[in-house]
Design a binder for this molecule. Structure first.
Ligand SMILES: C[S@@+](CC[C@H](N)C(=O)[O-])C[C@H]1O[C@@H](n2cnc3c(N)ncnc32)[C@H](O)[C@@H]1O
Length: 208
C-alpha cells in the first residue's frame, strides 16, 4: 500500500472530502470551535479555512504524514498557526483536560481502535468542552446496512482503513460524551457511504 497510500489516497481523500455539501457542513461546525482546539485526523486540512483565526489556538493530529504536509501548507497560506502531532488518536500526547474543544470530521471511521481514541478525546477535553463531529457511517436501513457489511472489507483496503458500518453517535455516547445536538441524513451519492451523522457532544462539567 506504500505507493498507493502516498500518491493516490491523498488525492482521493481531498476530492471525496471537499464536495460542496461536505464543505457546507464544515462551515456549520468548525467556526464554533474556539480556544485551545484539537482536531483529530486533520488530514489535508480541509477544515482550516473555517476556523475563527482570532479565537483559536489549533493543534492538529494525524499519523499520516503524506496528508499532514498538505495541511501544513494550507495553514501557512491561511496564516493560521498550527501545532501538528504526527501520532494516532489512540494515544494523544497531551495532559488531561488540555483542550477547550475537539473537532473530528470523517475520521472516526478510519481509526483502528476508535473506542480507545474516543476515551483519549474525552480525557484531553475540559469538563464542559465540546466535540464537534461530522461522520459517515452505519445506515439505519437494513438493506443498505447489509451492503455496507458486504462492501466494507474491500472499501477499507482502498479507502485507507475507512469503515462503513460504524455508528458515530453510539461510539461517542459510549465514551461518556453527552450528545447535545445531532442530525442524521443521507447526502447525495452512493448510500453505503453517504449516511451522515453530525452534531455537538459535550464532556459533562462535573464528575460524580
Ligand atoms: C477520510 S479522512 C478525513 C480527513 C479530515 N478529517 C477531513 O475532514 O477531511 C480520514 C482521516 O483519518 C485519519 N486517521 C486514520 N487513522 C488515524 C488515527 N489512528 N488517529 C488519527 N487519525 C487517523 C487519516 O489519516 C485521515 O486523515
Amino acid at each position: 500500500m506504500g505507493w498507493y497510500a502516498n500518491n493516490i489516497l491523498p488525492k482521493l481523500i481531498e476530492a471525496g472530502c471537499s464536495q460542496p455539501l461536505l464543505m457546507k457542513l464544515r462551515a456549520q461546525y468548525v467556526p464554533q470551535a474556539n480556544g485551545r482546539v484539537l482536531e483529530i485526523g486533520i488530514g489535508t486540512g480541509l477544515n482550516l479555512s473555517y476556523y475563527d483565526k482570532d479565537n483559536v489556538e489549533l493543534t492538529g493530529l494525524d499519523p499520516a504524514a503524506e496528508l499532514t504536509g498538505h495541511a501544513q501548507q494550507r495553514a501557512q497560506e491561511l496564516q493560521l498557526s498550527i501545532d501538528m502531532l504526527g501520532v494516532s488518536g489512540e494515544s494523544i500526547p497531551a495532559e488531561d483536560k488540555a483542550f477547550d474543544a475537539l473537532v473530528c470530521t470523517w475520521t472516526l471511521c478510519s481509526i483502528p481502535n476508535v473506542t480507545k481514541a474516543l476515551e483519549e478525546m474525552y480525557r484531553v477535553v475540559k469538563p464542559g468542552g465540546k466535540l464537534f463531529f461530522i461522520e459517515h457511517g452505519a445506515s439505519p436501513d437494513t438493506n443498505i446496512a447489509r451492503w455496507q457489511q458486504r462492501v466494507e472489507p474491500l472499501w477499507k483496503r482502498i479507502a485507507g482503513g475507512c469503515h462503513l458500518t460504524r455508528a458515530a453517535d453510539e461510539l461517542i455516547a459510549d465514551a461518556g460524551f453527552h450528545i447535545a445536538e445531532m442530525k442524521s441524513e443521507y447526502l447525495p451519492g452512493p448510500r453505503i457511504a453517504t449516511f451522515m451523522t453530525h452534531g455537538v457532544a459535550v464532556r459533562a462539567s462535573t464528575t460524580l
